[in-house]
Write a protein that binds this ligand. Structure first.
Ligand SMILES: C[S@@+](CC[C@H](N)C(=O)[O-])C[C@H]1O[C@@H](n2cnc3c(N)ncnc32)[C@H](O)[C@@H]1O
Length: 433
């Protein structure tokens, strides 16, 4: 397919998403099924255009003066794929299956796009109703945080210390351009792609099949390390999902002690069994959804709540989600978070640590939840965030992360703009009563 035909296809996919309220992955898959002539390179390139269109939806609509799928795609291509009006017009002109020729107004708008007078939420490319939440989280930096959250993400890997060391895996993945992460001691990073580029499918690498590394954002790796899990401890991962953090905890515990993993959703939990096996984990015990955990009362050195949340911190990877999020979703997640915090306390030993994590950028799901929980609960004391980071990450890494991240009243906030990770909030509390 020509670049122009790919643009036309992306416009079709965005239109399909809007008219049928289809999630982006479904709309792209449907398009592929009904256009079987398109090769994998074409499909990947169209996917990139569609995802980039969703990233910068609001600012492109502002620049183009309208919100049609065509305006969103052309506006994005003009502002982010380095095409001015003349180049776009030349790309399209006379090419079969291309979008219609650019109008004079479209060319002019692409060439003179200026966001300096746009409202903050447009410059930040976030929904308008979220602007006050971002402002409360980040003060004057809230627009810069939104801008960084709209960029493409890198691909981060966590080397599995139970089976390998970072240098060895980095060498074996050298051809993929994997380099050491800035903070996470076991992390490797493959830089974000540009334009037509796509990340390699690392899951086909022999090193992945042998369990030498996992795919995990650097922020998620650091959040797992902040549990401070030590060999020999008893640790409960209460919202384990597919086990991303469970595996990181098992590695930190050097296969000694016990990590118990559960989740209320059987389907999400299902992949954990194979993943634990592939990683060579021997100290993991999975408690199926709905199982009683009564036998764990008062026995845990640490409980991790990797809470269900709005996922605002992962919008680089799921730009469609930002336009779907509703106030109702936020309220539902807040209720679940409060219930989980309350439910977790009984499992902790005296002196045990409760580690609360979200991948949200919103204070409502972060500091506010901890403040409300502490006010309503006897005997749970937040650890000063700087102390919590330095204690869990050590004398070299701890201060570096403190300097780069944003400390809040009760936790630490990592973001694309500050630490170059997905957005994560981590708060550590101790059972003191
Ligand atoms: C952020 S995800 C967990 C991701 C996972 N820990 C990882 O690192 O890959 C949150 C999880 O919480 C689970 N969850 C929601 N409510 C729950 C509850 N009341 N009890 C246990 N798990 C719950 C969801 O099913 C979801 O898998």
């Amino acid at each position: 397919m020509t670049p122009a035909a790919r643009l036309a296809a992306a416009i079709e996919v965005v239109a399909d998403m809007e008219t049928r309220h289809r999630p982006v992955a479904g709309a792209l898959k449907d398009w592929g099924l009904s256009h079987r002539f398109a090769g994998s390179k074409d499909r990947a390139a169209i996917g990139n255009i569609v995802y980039d269109t969703l990233r910068w939806r609001s600012s492109s609509a502002w620049a183009m003066g309208e919100e049609s799928p065509r305006a969103l795609v052309l506006g994005m291509a003009g502002r982010h794929w380095g095409m001015d009006g003349a180049r776009l017009a030349a790309l399209i002109d006379g090419v079969p299956h291309a979008p219609e020729l650019l109008t004079g107004t479209e060319r002019e708008r692409i060439d003179t796009a200026d966001l300096s007078t746009a409202p903050g939420h447009v410059r930040a490319d976030i929904p308008e109703w979220l602007a006050p939440h971002f402002e409360r989280s980040f003060g004057d930096a809230w627009i810069a945080e939104g801008v960084a959250l709209a960029l493409r993400p890198p691909l981060d890997l966590r080397v599995n210390r139970l089976k390998a060391d970072r240098d060895k895996v980095m060498k074996s993945l050298g051809k993929l351009g994997a380099a050491e992460t800035t903070f996470a001691p076991d992390g490797l990073r493959i830089a974000a792609t540009e334009k037509d580029g796509r990340h390699p499918n690392v899951q086909v690498e022999p090193a992945f099949q042998r369990g030498l590394f996992e795919i995990q954002d650097e922020g998620s790796q650091l959040a797992a390390l902040m549990v401070g899990a030590k060999p020999g401890e008893q640790v409960l991962d209460l919202c384990a999902g597919a086990g991303g953090k469970t595996l990181a905890l098992a590695a930190a515990m050097e296969n000694k002690g016990q990590i118990l993993a559960t989740d209320s959703d059987r389907t999400r939990l299902a992949p954990i069994f194979d993943r634990l096996k592939r990683a060579g984990t021997r100290n993991g015990q999975v408690r199926p959804a709905g199982d009683s955990l009564d036998d764990l009362d008062g026995k845990m050195d640490a409980v991790l709540i990797d809470a269900p949340c709005t996922g605002t911190g992962t919008w680089r990877r799921r730009p469609d989600a930002k336009w779907r999020l509703s106030e109702r979703n936020l309220a539902d997640r807040i209720a679940e978070q409060s219930a989980l915090l309350t439910a977790a306390v009984r499992y902790l030993k005296p002196g045990g640590r409760l580690v609360y994590v979200t991948c949200s950028m919103m204070p409502d799901e972060n500091d506010d939840r901890i403040a409300a929980f502490v006010a309503a609960t006897e005997g749970m004391t937040p650890v000063d965030p700087k102390t919590a980071v330095e204690r869990s990450l050590g004398a070299e890494l701890g201060p570096r992360l403190v300097a780069a991240s944003r400390l809040t009243a009760h936790g630490v906030m990592m973001t694309p703009a500050t630490t170059g990770t997905d957005g994560f909030f981590v708060s550590v509390l101790e059972r003191t009563g």
